[in-house]
Ligand binder design. Structure first.
Ligand code: ZN
Length: 83
């Protein structure tokens, strides 16, 4: 009997998942994103995150990842990792 697959559509590396956005911004973390569907890539600089998500500074990156869609194809299957 296979396990039910509860994997959320997005994937995020453990080292960046749990941090609030403001911590990632303070640590000058660049967040890399790639869409699993169309392979569109993006990089979020700390400056971009500060400007783009002012209301979510206290939210974790994992929380935000659950609400993301690819900017090109609108897929929810997005991967995130720190650079
Ligand atoms: Zn896409």
């Amino acid at each position: 009997m296979p396990e039910p697959n509860h994997r959320p559509p997005f994937q995020i590396t453990r080292d960046i998942a749990g941090w609030p956005l403001w911590v990632l911004i303070d640590h000058r973390t660049v967040v890399m994103l790639e869409c699993d569907a169309c392979h569109h890539r993006a990089a979020w600089s700390p400056g971009y995150m500060a400007k783009a998500f002012p209301a979510y500074r206290g939210k974790s990156l994992e929380w935000l990842a659950g609400r993301l869609r690819c900017g090109r194809c609108r897929s929810e299957y997005v991967r995130l990792w720190g650079a």
